[in-house]
Design a protein around this ligand. Structure first.
Ligand code: PLP
Length: 378
């Protein structure tokens, strides 16, 4: 379903870090941040790394000042980390509906979920498709709401020349083992306001006012080991071993996207006449080919998934609706998400798929459909 493409280049980069004997946060982390900022087309002062995207999301909520009494609107089709970050800060996640075909919320879906207590909006770019993030950003500006983009699916997505993750006040990306570019574990945080990044860097290291013993020793003649604590926070920093892997992977991102686009176009050609395929992107939108999904009548979807599994092809549905997860206590009725959750099946999609793998998926899905619809056809 998802697979990293890690090899000799990444191993060599790790070897160099081992040889340097500086494996903690250091020059490779700085390089990873600089490379990703250049990739996004933003200034370095707007971006910082974190040990995971989840941690970056928690940082964004804290920097946004989200807390008790606040509502945060987010699509119900969303990875659980953003909803956890909202709830863990004492705020209430308020789920909005999504378009049943794109699985992204429209600006109207977001607007319908706003309450007088709404402080912020979270959006996800489903499968890497930008969705209406530009319209939703305009809505948030108009209503004085903060926008946080979970761009974990969207490392190369853009509308025009503006990267997804940079439309909002905050954006986060993941480089975990299941993403397109992988640092094994790792995250990035973009903030429109560079002061948020300055504060975020302190928060990411236990709220210490002192960042390096060496820097401190330069400044103070004695007792450079003393420090102040500005906030009670955790340790969320990346390290040079993982950042070295991330640097190599960013260099390969273009190659990964090319292969993903090929696989996606092949699936489109093979499936367009049989099932509903992902709607084409509007003009000016660029995706990242993170998910490929098909939509089938509900009675067929589960049977086809089981059938494919028996043929050795694992499929899944992302992301099961959060308004159905008891812990979040939602009573919302969200028919678009319910419709999608009954019909959508995500197929294997990663740059490591061989032509034979792709053919196996295509033949497997066609055979599963033929077996299930033979009765109907007759
Ligand atoms: C993977 C993922 C995350 C979490 O990333 P981690 O780096 O594993 O914490 C968050 N949001 C989305 C949409 C993801 O796919």
């Amino acid at each position: 379903m998802f697979q990293p493409s890690l090899g000799a280049e990444e191993l060599a980069a790790v070897g160099e870090v081992f040889a340097s004997n500086w494996v903690g946060k250091g020059p490779r982390v700085a390089e990873f941040e600089a490379r990703f900022a250049a990739h996004l087309g933003v200034g370095g002062g707007h971006l910082m790394s974190a040990d995971t995207c989840t941690e970056a999301t928690f940082l964004a909520m804290r920097l946004a000042g989200v807390g008790p009494g606040d509502d945060v609107v987010l699509p119900t089709v969303c990875f659980v980390s953003a909803a956890n970050a909202v709830a863990a800060h004492g705020a209430r996640p308020v789920f909005c509906d999504v378009d049943p075909r794109t699985l992204n919320p429209t600006a109207e879906h977001v607007e319908a979920a706003l309450t007088p207590a709404t402080k912020a909006v979270v959006v996800l770019h489903y499968g890497g498709h930008p969705g209406q993030v530009d319209r939703i950003a305009a809505l948030c500006t108009e209503r004085g709401l903060l926008l946080i983009e979970d761009a974990a699916n969207a490392p190369a997505s853009a509308i025009g020349d503006r990267a997804c993750g940079t439309f909002g006040d905050f954006g986060v990306w993941s480089f975990d083992h299941g993403k397109i570019a992988v640092s094994v574990d790792g995250g990035m945080l973009h903030a429109r306001d560079p002061e948020h990044i300055e504060r975020g860097r302190k928060l990411a290291y236990l709220g210490l006012e002192q960042t390096s013993g060496f820097a401190q020793a330069e400044r103070a003649a004695t007792r450079w080991w003393d420090f102040e604590v500005s906030s009670f926070s955790r340790r969320s920093v990346m390290n040079d071993v993982l950042a070295a892997i991330g640097c190599v992977q960013l260099g390969r991102l273009g190659e990964f996207l090319t292969r993903r686009a090929e696989v996606s176009a092949h699936y489109d050609r093979e499936f367009a006449d049989l099932v509903d395929i992902p709607p084409p992107l509007p003009a000016g939108h660029r995706g990242s080919h993170y998910f490929y999904w098909v939509q089938l009548p509900p009675h067929l979807r589960d049977e086809v998934a089981r059938d494919l599994y028996q043929r050795g092809i694992y499929t899944t549905y992302r992301y099961p609706s959060l308004h159905r997860v008891a812990a979040f206590g939602s009573t919302a009725e969200l028919p678009g998400a319910d419709h999608a959750a009954e019909r959508t099946l995500c197929l294997p999609m990663h740059q490591g798929l061989s032509d034979a793998d792709v053919t196996a998926v295509v033949d497997g899905l066609k055979a599963a459909l033929a077996a299930r619809t033979a009765g109907v056809a007759r």
